[in-house]
Design a protein around this ligand. Structure first.
Ligand SMILES: C[S@@+](CC[C@H](N)C(=O)[O-])C[C@H]1O[C@@H](n2cnc3c(N)ncnc32)[C@H](O)[C@@H]1O
Length: 217
């Protein structure tokens, strides 16, 4: 694992409790996707964090598995979601059998991967674990997000890589997390290089949301 990726994992471990307190409800875009998909047997939440989206999946599929590389966030997710299973793993090497998932989420994860090759590897893994015809929703922070007002030129000058601080709500300490801030064309090119079909690519509230489908057979 690269130092950059290890750094992302360390920060999510450090901020887990504070992060979880601020991430209690799913975003409406995630609710809309889960309402629209047919559901099925197995759902995956890749980079599940504290598991705030897991209850939606439990309502849609018989078995739900959350994967994350932060053990501290996984511990919170397990406590809050006794109806789901959780495994520790890297999104670029998912500890999941091929072709099992009817539905998958990958919300706000891809932008934490520090290279194009690693981001492509996550998409390859998403394709590998989806059943034929399986559906996924993937989101990333977009360059249009208001958090980057006044900083876009600087971010673009650094190949869209940046660090975004998390400020602890209790003690005020700051923890810098690596982000790759996506441009629409770059995301579309990355998605189209994968075997997954792109059903929709929308910019909503500063995030790109891609609805993806695994090829049949
Ligand atoms: C911004 S949080 C989003 C959490 C959750 N998906 C949500 O919507 O609340 C990013 C999550 O991705 C996880 N993550 C980042 N890079 C990862 C990787 N390479 N493999 C597994 N998990 C990763 C982090 O530990 C963290 O839980």
């Amino acid at each position: 694992m690269s130092d950059e990726k290890r750094g992302v994992r360390r920060v999510f471990d450090e901020i887990a409790a504070d992060f979880a307190r601020t991430r209690q409800r799913p975003w409406p875009e995630i609710e809309a996707f889960v309402e629209d998909v047919p559901g099925g047997d197995v759902a995956l939440d890749i980079g599940c964090g504290n598991g705030r989206n897991v209850p939606l999946l439990v309502g849609a599929c018989s078995r739900v598995v959350g994967v994350d590389f932060s053990r501290e966030l996984l511990a919170i997710a397990r406590t809050d979601n006794p109806d789901a299973a959780f495994v520790c793993g890297d999104g670029t090497h998912l500890p999941i059998t091929a072709g099992v998932a009817d539905v998958a989420l990958c919300v706000a994860v891809l932008h934490h991967l520090p290279s194009t090759a690693e981001r492509a590897a996550l998409l390859d893994e998403l394709h590998r674990v989806l059943a034929p015809g399986g559906r996924a929703l993937l989101s990333v922070w977009a360059i249009e997000h208001s958090a980057f007002d006044g900083e876009r030129d600087e971010i673009r000058a650094n190949d869209n890589d940046t660090y975004v601080p998390w400020t602890d709500h209790d003690d005020g300490t700051t923890h810098d997390r690596f982000y790759h801030i996506f441009e629409r064309d770059e995301l579309r090119t990355l998605l189209e290089a994968s075997p997954l079909g792109v059903e929709r690519l929308d910019l909503l509230n500063g995030n790109y949301y891609a609805r993806l489908v695994a090829p049949e057979g």
